[in-house]
Design a protein around this ligand. Structure first.
Ligand code: SF4
Length: 399
């Protein structure tokens, strides 16, 4: 077990969420970079265009160009006057990042490494999944899912012992426009009539440590004029910050909350998740109960299986007990190994035995399919490779 990474971890308590460096207006502060229009919702965009002397309906036209017609520059917006296009070009950008690498896995999963104007790197992933689903009448329908996995921070302040994103430490929070840009770039990878069906906030960073941005991005992901994704198809994954879980519950957006538990007791959890030092599982149970009572949405417990570390039969019993207290279902996740870290991926039989042991307690538990293993599947691994100048397997090309 690697312990040195814990040494620099800030001490936090459940009632004192970590204070992170504010990067509002970060892009504006970079000389020559115009702020991205993607951070604006419809009302804010209307206020901007009318403030620039344009008619109010320009806002709807711009949104149509960006989110339906996939325009990447104002000059493409042919039903706007030339003067208005020029004025918008002077004041705003659309995309501010640059896709440094675009990898496609054998299973169709696509991963993009984006470099932001300040040099920060984040990863976004598009996971395709087509499967038959049986409806209540017994009819079999093809269910087509295109799931975007988005990052909310550059690096991650949590520093989980098994994670590539945590290895490089924390750089800064992303802005709303940067989260939306990731979703839009992934949409552009789909056929012209394709759209994202689901979003998971499971990329780099802890979304609840950048909660205001996460919430405003969710607003744009759900908006009919943008991505039009239902709240139930959006999952926010957190290591568990109780005050922010309550704030998310109170925000009135019916998203799914996934709690990254990864260990079934406080002692083990504190060894692998530094921020768990100030936050016990009991506090998480209370916060998740509040989330369930307020939103009516069941919690999902995420549990990365680290061979021999959290995969013993007694861990399955403890995990089932936590899930029952939270009325949660469980996702068991195969660990994607990270070079330089001592953790190992368990075998299939270990996964299935662990699942069976949990089922004996009457708890719903699934094993999540492993996707994109051939393109540096572990979160943060691609960014690490880029920083280190290492090659990645898989097909590389521009997104
Ligand atoms: S597992 Fe998630 S919370 Fe932990 S270091 Fe990685 S990105 Fe951060």
């Amino acid at each position: 077990m690697k312990s040195s990474r814990s040494d620099n971890v800030p001490e936090i308590s459940a009632e004192s969420p970590p204070i992170l460096e504010s990067t509002d207006n970060l892009l504006n502060a970079n000389a020559g970079i115009r702020p991205s229009i993607l951070g604006l919702n419809a009302a804010a965009l209307e206020a901007q265009v009318t403030g620039m002397g344009m008619p109010k309906f320009r806002a709807a036209q711009i949104l149509e160009w960006i989110y339906r017609k996939r325009a990447t520059s104002f000059s493409q917006m042919s039903n706007l006057s030339i003067a208005d296009r020029a004025a918008l070009e002077l004041k705003f950008s659309i995309f501010t990042g640059e896709t440094l690498r675009h990898l496609t896995a054998a299973d169709g999963t696509q991963k993009c490494l984006i470099r932001w104007p300040d040099g920060g790197l984040t990863e976004s992933v598009m996971i395709p999944c087509d499967e038959d689903a049986v409806d209540e009448s017994g009819n079999v329908n093809l269910k087509i899912r295109r799931t975007a996995c988005l990052s909310t921070q550059v690096g991650c302040p949590v520093g989980c012992a098994f994670c590539a994103s945590g290895l490089a430490g924390f750089k800064n929070n992303l802005q709303t426009s940067q989260v939306v840009e990731q979703a839009l770039r992934l949409t552009h990878l789909l056929p012209a009539d394709g759209r994202l069906s689901n979003v998971v906030f499971m990329g780099m960073g802890e979304p609840l440590a950048n909660l205001d941005v996460t919430l405003s991005a969710i607003g744009i992901l759900m908006a009919p004029w943008a991505f039009h994704i239902g709240g139930r198809k959006i999952t926010v994954s957190t290591v568990g910050l109780p005050p922010q879980i309550r704030k998310l519950a109170d925000a009135g957006v019916p998203v799914t909350l996934a709690l990254s538990l990864h260990a079934p007791n406080d002692e083990l959890r504190r060894r692998i998740i530094p921020w768990a030092k100030g936050i016990g599982i009991d506090q998480l149970v209370q916060a998740c109960a509040y989330y369930f009572q307020t939103t009516g949405r069941e919690i999902t417990l995420e549990y990365i299986m680290l061979d021999g570390v959290n995969t013993l039969p007694q861990h399955a019993d403890e995990l089932a007990s936590v899930a029952r207290r939270m009325r949660a279902n469980i996702n068991l996740i195969y660990y994607n190994e990270v070079p330089d870290l001592p953790f190992r991926r368990p075998s299939g039989p270990t996964m299935f035995d662990f699942q069976s042991q949990i089922r004996r307690h009457g708890v719903k538990v699934h094993i999540r399919k492993s996707r994109g293993r051939d393109i540096a599947a572990a979160c943060g691994q691609l960014a690490r490779q880029d920083i280190a100048g290492e090659p990645a397997d898989g097909k590389t090309g521009p997104a």
